[in-house]
Design a protein around this ligand. Structure first.
Ligand SMILES: [Zn+2]
Length: 84
């Protein structure tokens, strides 16, 4: 899925929020072994740095999950004119 993905459901449109006031996309890394999670940050390399520190202090924890929080917007289209 890309940030250009658009979904339609009836009159509703759902699209990633790319407005200037949108919430930032954030990244976190979670350990799949012990469920520990990094802070949610805007720079994915910060989250990846947490992974190296966590693996360094927990050498048996080898599997992780990337958790991406992406803002979306949903809005309803104008209804069609009545009576044409
Ligand atoms: Zn862990």
């Amino acid at each position: 899925m890309t940030a250009r993905t658009v979904f339609f459901f009836g009159n509703w449109t759902l699209q990633p929020d790319q407005e200037p006031d949108a919430e930032p996309i954030t990244y976190a890394m979670q350990c799949a072994v012990c469920e520990a999670c990094s802070a949610a940050v805007e720079d994915v390399t910060d989250a990846q740095g947490w992974t190296f520190r966590h693996a360094g202090s927990n050498p048996s924890h080898h599997t992780y999950r990337e958790v991406i929080t992406r803002p979306w917007r949903a809005w309803m289209a104008e209804p069609p004119p009545v009576g044409g």
